[in-house]
Design a protein around this ligand. Sequence first.
Ligand SMILES: Nc1ncnc2c1ncn2[C@@H]1O[C@H](COP(=O)(O)OP(=O)(O)OP(=O)(O)O)[C@@H](O)[C@H]1O
Ligand code: SF4
Ligand SMILES: [Mg+2]
Length: 346
Amino acid sequence: MLAVENLSVSLPMEGGRVPVLADVSFALARGESVGLVGESGSGKSMTALAIMGLLPPGAATSGRVLFDGRDLLAAAEPELCAIRGRRIGMVFQEPMTALNPLMSIGAQVTEPLRLHLRLGRAEAEARARRLLARVGLAQIDPHRHPHQLSGGQRQRVVIAIALACGPELLIADEPTTALDVTMQAQVLDLLGELAAEQGLALLLITHDLGVVSATAARVMVMYAGRVVEAGGTGAVFAAMAHPYTRALFAASPHEAGGRPAPIPGQVPDPQHRPPGCAFAPRCPRAQRDCVATVPVLSPLPFKGRGLGEGSACGASAASPAPSPPPSPASGRGSHVAACFHPHPAP
Ligand SMILES: Nc1ncnc2c1ncn2[C@@H]1O[C@H](COP(=O)(O)OP(=O)(O)OP(=O)(O)O)[C@@H](O)[C@H]1O
Ligand code: SF4
Ligand SMILES: [Mg+2]
């Protein structure tokens, strides 16, 4: 249903045009759930905005975003308007800014039903009430305004709006970040249930690996605008190959078990990305070849390459990749990583 192919995005910044996304590829079928994880600034929201055609002014793109065979990057605004909210629902990162503070929540859920589905007032209001009930807000007066709700309730309203027109794809950008642990679990369960009920594809964006392991069948790890590891959630968690994935895991309070270990340093600013592997300045496995070339995604395990002995994998600068750079889009579910010295499988 969705195939993102070699998506690259650059933005105009002081001093010229700067790439913020590079070669992002993945596919999502009906009923599938994929988690997109990475630290702040890794490019998760930018990926979502590119799919929705909502990039900042002046953004330049290359690659393709195929939705049902149609390239959304090439689509005109009226076509995108008809798809957004109707066929692709989006839960934006900040629920308070996603809601109109001056409109009642009932009116905000009703609006897309009238606009996209052309329902009459009574029918739209009845459906809005059913939607609010479905997200656990049956007891809430639809005449209330967003400031009269708790953070968790507001997030549920945002989900109800995103699901109002029965979209085929739901993009949820940090849907639980603003919520307490109990509410997080409830919202995640709700998203999982709705995805299963309605057969919708779910792209779940989060910085939290625990959220992904609980919700998504596949995971993509992003760093500095690139996907650095991807595969089935079970396979990736069982054998994290990319040092960044491991560092992210160790930094996650849910997953680390003991005390989370913060990753030293910071995600490089797009204007100051280091040459070669962008993770090199923070990577405990970095070697000299890591700064020479950008590693490409390659399938795991890298057989017969002396893994675990510090030798270069098949994608090293000295020995080119044995096969063309695969994308998660081409090998759905296959475990891939972009690293010259990945961790060996346990
Ligand atoms: N409007 C913009 N103009 C210039 N740069 C931007 C803009 N929006 C985002 N960026 C930059 O693009 C990069 C990717 O940002 P993005 O918002 O996708 O990160 P993210 O992974 O969603 O992070 P977070 O977890 O904080 O939401 C960052 O370096 C960010 O500073
Ligand atoms: S390519 Fe090198 S620096 Fe980058 S993650 Fe792999 S080992 Fe670390
Ligand atoms: Mg974001």
